[in-house]
Design a protein around this ligand. Structure first.
Ligand code: ATP
Length: 213
């Protein structure tokens, strides 16, 4: 039988992508021996429906710039071609068909998202399609057994936790710094920093989806 390929999937708004995202993806790749990690910027995340999100082509460009120096990292625009909210389950279903049965998927989420798994759209279907890896930071411990127990045998087999380095960076913080004219050096890769300034991103206060003050 052919050896399985192990592919990580890292979905996010990536508005903008930062070193916390990159460190997390690399830590999970290393720990699980993944062949690659595919970064998938979300079109309109279900949990950020009312929030202003930067145009997808900018987020895709920044994600590509941030990941291109790592031969194990790839970027997919699969969610940007679909209308409506991006549900992980739908994305994984498409990828499973594309890659076939000799690929095993590992969906990477922040520990905070893992705790809310029961509120996601049909989480059992997602667990049928992939493993779920919660990236837990040392200061944010996760009760893995409790989360697994909500999904029975499937939960035990498919839900995992990896402790990743503590790095207190969020996209929200980076956007706020840019609004205030503060430096974002060393919080994002240099190419991303340059792209943000060149495209004049995050310099105005967003009011609602699609409009700026
Ligand atoms: P925002 O501040 O806009 O909510 P974010 O920084 O949390 O954004 P997302 O694109 O929403 O970034 O995150 C994608 C995934 O990366 C989520 O699962 C989130 O939990 C995880 N993540 C975000 N920041 C970090 C970090 N510093 N360390 C580890 N994981 C992170």
């Amino acid at each position: 039988m052919a050896e399985k390929h192990h592919v990580g999937i890292f979905g996010g708004t990536f508005d903008p992508i930062h070193l916390g995202h990159l460190l997390t993806a690399e830590a999970v790749r290393d720990e699980f021996g993944l062949d690659k990690v595919i970064f998938i910027p979300a079109a309109q995340p279900p949990h950020k429906q009312d929030q202003f999100v930067t145009e997808a082509h900018h987020r895709l460009a920044m994600t590509t710039l941030a990941t291109c120096s790592n031969p194990h990292f790839m970027v997919s625009d699969i969610e940007l071609h679909r209308d409506g909210p991006s549900y992980s389950r739908d994305t994984l279903a498409v990828l499973s068909k594309l890659y076939g049965s000799d690929t095993e998927f590992y969906f990477i989420v922040g520990a905070d998202s893992l705790r809310d798994l029961h509120t996601w759209s049909r989480p059992e279907e997602l667990l049928q399609l992939c493993h779920l890896i919660g990236a837990s930071r040392p200061k944010v411990p996760v009760d893995l057994a409790e989360i697994q127990s909500r999904f029975g045998r499937l939960g035990k087999e498919k839900i995992h936790v990896v402790t990743t380095p503590e790095i207190e960076i969020s996209s929200t913080d980076i956007r706020e710094r840019l609004l205030q004219g503060d430096s974002i050096k060393y919080l994002v890769p240099e190419a991303v920093e340059q792209y943000i300034y060149k495209e004049k991103l995050y310099l105005q206060i967003p009011t609602a989806r699609g409009s700026m003050l």
